[in-house]
Design a protein around this ligand. Structure first.
Ligand code: UTP
Length: 281
């Protein structure tokens, strides 16, 4: 059973400076919702309601977003605007949020390890909120959870990227085993373009078995003292313990300016199709 979802959200978001000087990257809005809210909604869609967030200094707006704002609620109660809080209210009513601070930015692996106190000894999901995913039919986490329930192995979500872009991703080498699954033999973190034929790139959705924490504690820090999640996944993969899943849906890299704008346009289109009243003013 996957009951908990970890959101590493302690990064500096330097590609969006100065917007991210005070505002966490995860709080940047795609139209009307901050990025992290889409991630939490995806977790809920997968019936995961325990939301564990790894934060850093100055990230208190995240905690405030997932809490009641009495003044605001009071002000707009009974007006037409009240329905604009419906989605976030649903989240606050249903989910339980816990937080831990990553004191030093020592990489994604270190952020996941920091989350151990919130997760404990059970398999869990990880969402990088700056990857905004819209699944075909069901959400991407939901698709991955269904596979986990059958396979009981760590799963990374992957997509094919153009060969020129492999140096921006963790790249998976492995064997196709059907059902859009690849048994991972090896993962290479940001390989030089042309150094491998594989174009199968890991995106920010994972399901991890609990032994990942013990492995992360053994992983040696790499460049810049960072602990890479990829190194820990490679250790799991050696024992045949990692699957890569070609998810069904669309992913926007909202950690980059281009992806952020593309996601904004796509969500704007969705709001138009839904005849959202906010578009008419
Ligand atoms: P990124 O490298 O994409 O995020 O990390 P960043 O460092 O915030 O962005 P830029 O490159 O400076 O613009 C991927 C995810 O891992 C989290 C980030 O918050 C992001 O969600 N992360 C990364 C941590 O929580 N802690 C870290 O030490 C590193």
């Amino acid at each position: 059973m996957i009951r908990k979802c970890l959101f590493p959200a302690a990064g500096y978001g330097t590609r969006f400076l100065p917007a991210t000087k005070v505002l966490p990257k995860e709080m940047l809005p795609i139209c009307t919702k901050p990025l992290i809210q889409y991630g939490v909604e995806e977790a809920m869609d997968a019936s995961i309601y325990a939301i564990a967030i790894v934060t850093g200094r100055g990230k208190y707006t995240l905690e405030n977003h997932f809490d009641i704002s009495y003044e605001l609620e009071h002000q707009i109660k009974g007006t037409i605007k009240e329905k604009r809080l419906a989605d976030i209210r649903r989240i606050i009513d249903r989910c339980e949020f816990t937080y831990v601070r990553q004191r030093e930015m020592k990489g994604l692996g270190h952020a996941v390890l920091t989350g151990e106190s919130l997760i404990g000894a059970e398999p869990f999901a990880v969402v990088l909120a700056d990857d905004l995913c819209f699944g075909d039919g069901s959400g991407v986490l939901s698709q991955m959870k269904a596979i986990f329930n059958r396979r009981r192995q760590s799963i990374v979500a992957v997509m094919d990227v153009p060969p020129s872009e492999i140096s921006s991703y963790g790249i998976v080498l492995g064997e196709e085993i059907g059902d859009n699954l690849v048994r991972v033999n090896k993962m290479i973190e940001k390989p030089v373009a042309g150094s491998t034929d594989s174009t199968l790139a890991v995106i920010g959705r994972y399901i991890l078995t609990e032994d990942i924490f013990a492995i992360l504690k053994r992983v040696k820090p790499g460049k810049g003292g960072e602990i890479q999640l990829t190194d820990a996944l490679n250790a799991q993969a050696e024992g045949g313990g990692v699957l890569a899943y070609r998810f069904k849906g669309t992913r926007y890299d909202c950690g980059s300016l281009r992806g952020f704008v593309e996601a904004t346009n796509a969500v704007y289109k969705m709001l138009s199709h839904a005849s959202d009243d906010r578009l008419s003013v």
